[in-house]
Design a protein. Structure first.
Ligand code: LCV
Length: 261
């Protein structure tokens, strides 16, 4: 594997993001390796998957969606088959707990990934930011619902509207993480929890995980006209000047000049 490091040890597996030159950005190639590994874990009846990230000098756990892979306009940037959305569904659907072990900055779609994991253990240097507004991107329904379900409406709005990182202390208070620990304690704590889980019934746990997922989506029925209106609004954004400008400014390493159109 070129973009992830993997290990399977009995019922516990470890997947480490390893895309150093792009700060562990969630590129299509990296995600294809993650999806293949989840399939391998399922075949080998792994119950718990730990998701970590190889350290880089910028202390970034993951810089989120690979911005260079976003369409440059006139196409839904986060459609159902977008690699990031495929990865989030793999985590949601895996028949066992997926535990994020976080050290450093978590950006954009990587923050959605963390919020999709079943448990999160992080160190005091960890920060969490969801940044579509900073890049001019129309986030998608499942992603926004994920944040609302996790941290509530006002906090989700603050994260989306400001696009600013939330520090580890606030992340623990808001329920983004289960526990904040010293950097040299996070891995041991996550492994301890994984081992506790593995001492229980894997069948009961996989059914309970499915129940959690079904129940958190139970109230989210959306009349077709509302869905179509949201998709129309999102198209206005990804057809806009601001969307193209957001991506171009990142590539040109300059501040974006948004016009609100
Ligand atoms: C590709 C990258 C990236 C990157 N992709 O180091 O949430 S949504 O809707 O927006 C969703 C679509 C999404 O997830 O979009 C991506 C959201 N991610 C972000 O907004 C974070 C973007 N990155 C940054 O703001 C900075 O890179 C941080 C603050 C993470 C680190 O800044 P620092 O100055 O320490 P550089 O920016 O110099 O990045 C080092 C290398 O990683 C690449 C970046 O282009 C640079 O590559 P080069 O050395 O080839 O120039 N890189 C960083 N993020 N998301 N590539």
């Amino acid at each position: 594997m070129a973009f992830i490091k993997t290990e399977i040890n009995g019922k516990i597996a470890t997947l480490s993001l390893n895309n150093e030159s792009k700060l562990n950005a969630l590129s299509k190639s990296l995600i294809e390796e993650c999806v293949a590994f989840f399939k391998q874990c399922k075949t080998k009846k792994v119950l718990v998957v730990l998701i970590k990230a190889e350290h880089n000098k910028q202390n970034v756990w993951s810089a989120g969606h690979d911005i260079n892979e976003l369409p440059e306009g006139h196409r839904d940037p986060l459609g159902y088959y977008d690699p990031l959305e495929v990865l989030l569904r793999k985590v949601r659907e895996y028949p066992g707990p997926v535990i994020a072990v976080v050290k450093g900055g978590v950006w954009g779609g990587a923050c959605d990934l963390i919020m999709t994991c079943d448990l999160v253990y992080a160190d005091k240097t960890s920060t969490f930011a969801i940044t579509p507004a900073k890049i001019g991107i129309p986030y998608n329904i499942t992603g926004i619902l994920n944040f609302i379900n996790h941290i509530g409406l006002n906090r989700a709005k603050e994260m989306f509207f400001t696009a600013k990182p939330i520090d580890s202390e606030k992340a623990e208070k808001w329920g983004i993480v289960n526990q904040i620990l010293e950097t040299n304690e996070v891995d041991a704590r996550a492994l301890e929890v994984a081992q506790q889980i593995c001492s229980n019934s894997s069948l009961a746990i996989s059914v309970i995980k499915e129940q959690f997922h079904t129940l958190t989506n139970a109230g989210a029925s959306l009349p077709p006209i509302c869905f179509e209106r949201i998709e129309g609004l999102r198209r206005e954004v990804y057809d806009s000047h601001d969307y193209a400008e957001g991506i171009l400014s990142f590539k040109e390493k300059r501040k974006p000049v948004f016009l609100g159109e």
